[in-house]
Ligand binder design. Structure first.
Ligand code: GEK
Length: 242
């Protein structure tokens, strides 16, 4: 059992920018399950995609791995005992990730690295996962990061990109935001928690539209991008290097 997320439950004098610190890492599984629609379904699909697309003698990368849930899903799905390179720039997350994944026998090929994903080179990959991470990367650096991923993927390899997104039409966007807020209320978050968390994320999480994602993925070379999951303003897509 992990702790229940109550980080925004009491009125804060000043809401500071959200960061992946010790407090967040302690409640992370509860926080992400109650905040991100489809999180567990997407992990199941990552397992399926790993079974289908991961090639022998190549690596899987999990960029922004948090506690390692996507790495574990990929490790469970892949058929070739591939090395899994799991990277996060939060030491609080990585320490807990090491403890968490060590409980699973199929985690022996997961290697953890404390790094900024914009400072690494992707090599010999057949699957790269960014499960709700790109939205936290400086927008100026997103294109270069995707270029690095494309260059480091083998032919036939895939990028799994999950993101919260903005809808281009303001009214449509409002509908999606409202539906997501209802999802959070139904999962026990109060109005205060929802509004304080929104304020904390404002400067930290910069959302693109699905069209922006598609265009940028095409610009860096991906031949085909398909959205395989969407609920409210959350989606997950697969980009294929063919
Ligand atoms: C999961 N993928 O459970 N470099 C490295 N890590 C970063 C960077 C960066 N530049 N920016 C953010 N992170 C996970 C969930 S959470 C999503 C991913 C969320 C890391 C950050 O420290 C955090 O652990 C993760 O990306 C984002 O499948 O909380 O909504």
């Amino acid at each position: 059992m992990t702790d229940t997320d109550q980080l925004f439950a009491t009125p804060l004098k000043k809401v500071t920018d959200f960061s992946f610190d010790e407090q967040v890492a302690d409640v992370f599984p509860d926080m992400i399950s109650r905040s991100v629609p489809g999180y567990h379904e997407i992990l199941k699909t990552i397992e399926q995609l790993a079974a289908r697309y991961v090639q022998a003698n190549t690596r899987i990368y999990d960029l922004g791995c948090s506690l390692g849930a996507a790495s574990l899903a990929a490790a469970h799905g892949c058929r070739h005992n591939n090395d899994i390179v799991a990277i996060d720039n939060s030491q609080a997350m990585l320490s807990r990730c090491a403890r968490y994944v060590s409980q699973f026998s199929h985690a022996e090929h997961i290697q953890l690295f404390h790094n900024d994903i914009t400072d690494i080179t992707i090599e010999n990959a057949s699957m790269v996962i960014m499960n709700f991470t790109l939205q936290f990367v400086d927008p100026e650096k997103r294109r270069d990061l995707l270029c690095n991923i494309y260059q480091g993927l083998k032919l036939g390899g895939i990028l799994v990109l999950s993101e919260k997104f903005n809808h281009p039409d303001p009214l449509g966007n409002e509908v999606l935001i409202e539906l997501h807020q209802e999802f959070k209320r139904a999962n026990g978050y109060s109005e205060l928690e929802i509004s304080q968390k929104r304020a904390a994320l404002e400067n930290v999480m910069k959302l693109d539209t699905q069209e922006m994602h598609r265009e940028r993925l095409a610009q860096v070379g991906f031949d085909s991008t398909v959205v395989y999951y969407q609920r409210f303003n959350f989606c997950s897509m697969v980009a294929i290097k063919s």
